[in-house]
Design a binder for this molecule. Structure first.
Ligand code: AMP
Length: 380
């Protein structure tokens, strides 16, 4: 299977090759033709499956096939849960749109920054990638109309609901024409998603990508038994002796994130945190420095880890375990993506051992537990 047999025209096929996509991912094989046929799509797939390109490419193909219009209007709306994801998804559209013969403008809309530049930026936009709250602000200040939307994409719909966007999403749906194509992506299929499916999608093509097992097999997982007070030194020891250059460290609170970063920096390891108390500017800067390899460690809480899209991330360290096994799998899935292998290390204090057993059981895989008391941590 190649991208051209899926129905993409030459400019997009070439743009895809430029991104070093050699062949379509399974989700792309299913979603691209369905979206091109005008079908609604329900995709159960998580970040890392290639879902962004699976909707961005066919949508841009439809623009490519259509005659250019003089009066630009918003005909595609992509709703996303976080600012980070808004920026990343918009970038995917912008990158591939460069290949098209007539320009298609994509704008990312998200809160936490001043609204005025966005009011100006949306002028002439045909594709909007937005978090629900800020989108509604722009609509109510008449900067934007949604009455011409032909395609609605809900990306990470489960996360949007988890974050409490249900009301705002419903208000957005009310502003859209009823005749439209709807594409919904979610990592899980819970009751709330089933409801949205029933109410918003018409006879959808359902795509389920069960790639977690396969991805997990690519990831080398191990754990260290460690006393709470030796955790910080052990983290620094592992990073330094393992000569790790790009590590994503997970913690469960904003406070721990800041503490871990302070200690790492004091010990000469370049680190920054991204969490909900950081400004949008600080978060974006940390993420882009980390991606560019200018920062060794990025410390993140679970919420902020959504939408961090880095190809070939070699190391993930769980400084603290997440509560749910699902989040554990999601965290370690940050490595071993895009068919590259990676390593996930968990630091387990005595109080967490039982919980870690539950996680392993749910995951259906045993993780090797190494002792750490013999490791000399002085100086770390
Ligand atoms: P996503 O699930 O959309 O976050 O995509 C995960 C990563 O896979 C991104 O870094 C994409 O650039 C990359 N990707 C998507 N499709 C392909 C493909 N067909 N071949 C190689 N990489 C891809």
């Amino acid at each position: 299977m190649s991208f051209s047999t899926l129905g993409l025209s030459k400019p997009l096929v070439e743009a895809v090759a430029e991104q070093h996509y050699t062949k379509p991912y399974p989700i792309q094989e299913d979603a691209i033709p369905a979206i091109l046929r005008g079908k609604d799509v329900l995709g159960i797939a998580r970040t890392g499956s290639g879902k962004t390109a699976s909707f961005a490419l066919p949508i841009l193909e439809l623009f490519h096939r259509a005659k250019p219009v003089h009066v630009k209007r918003v005909s595609v709306l992509v709703l996303v849960p976080t600012r980070e994801l808004a920026i990343q998804v918009a970038e995917v559209f912008q990158t591939f749109a460069e290949a098209l013969t007539h320009p298609v403008k994509t704008v990312a809309i998200y809160g936490g920054v001043s609204i005025n530049p966005q009011m100006i930026a949306v002028h002439g936009a045909e594709i909007i990638v937005a978090t629900p709250g800020r989108l509604l602000d722009l609509v109510s200040s008449n900067a934007l109309r949604l009455s011409d939307v032909e395609i609605l994409v809900l990306d990470e719909a489960d996360k949007m609901l988890d974050l409490g966007f249900a009301d705002e999403m419903n208000r957005v749906f009310d502003l859209l024409p009823t005749r439209r194509q709807t594409v919904l992506f979610s990592a899980t299929l819970g009751d709330a998603i089933a409801d949205i499916n029933k109410n918003l999608l018409h006879d959808p093509v359902t795509i389920q990508i069960d790639d977690e097992e396969q991805d997990i097999d690519l990831i080398k997982q191990l754990a260290y038994r460690v006393d709470a007070e030796r955790k910080g030194p052990l983290l620094r020891y592992l990073i330094k002796t393992g000569n790790m250059k790009q590590v994503l460290v997970f913690v469960s609170s904003v406070r721990t994130a800041d503490n871990v970063v302070t200690k790492l920096n004091k010990n000469g390891i370049q680190a920054a945190a991204i969490h909900s108390k950081k400004t949008q500017g600080a978060r974006s800067e940390a993420l882009s420095k980390f991606k560019a390899g200018k920062l060794t460690v990025l410390v993140a809480t679970d919420l902020m880890s959504r939408g961090i899209d880095i190809q070939f991330l070699p190391y993930v360290i769980n400084f603290e375990l997440p509560r749910s096994p699902k989040d554990y799998i999601h965290r370690i899935g940050r490595t071993g993506r895009a068919e590259a292998s990676g390593e996930a290390i968990s630091l387990i204090i005595p109080d967490d051992e039982h919980h870690f057993k539950i996680i392993q059981k749910k995951m259906g895989k045993r993780v090797e537990m190494l002792p750490s008391e013999a490791i000399d941590l002085s100086g770390y």
